[in-house]
Write a new protein. Sequence first.
Length: 166
Amino acid sequence: MSEITTIPQSKNELTITDSNLNTVEELLTDGFTLTEIFTEQKVLPISLHKFYSYLRKPENKEIKARIDEARRQGIQTLVDKLLQIYNTNLDDKTLDPAVVVWTRDRATMVKWVASKISDIYSDKPKDITVNQNKNITISWLDSPEIAERFASYEKQEEDKKEIIEQ
């Protein structure tokens, strides 16, 4: 794999290897946030702000797409973890009400984020293409029968005019 280099404004060359980006992708897929990755995990020797600036550059579209896809997979991981919590057998356990409220609020937040990031959980499909033809064609003479009738009506009108003029 190739190395990706950026030159920050401080003129010190910063190298981001493919393995570092793979690690970021793996952590995102595991459900970590970029904030956690850059503050707690410290996978890359740059700040989160510099990483976002790096992703905004036009030459890094492919890397941004990889990071976005890993974030979508991370949301799916969080949804899967919530489903595990909901599927837990609680017959003989008593739950602390504070834990129940916290879990419900976390689930609501994850559902909201999932609906914004992933089309799987969105209420409105994002990629609907509507074929709109803005040309309107009005034609009364689109069949030979109608054309013949129209010609006969015109002839009758002309005949009427002649009769009236006489």
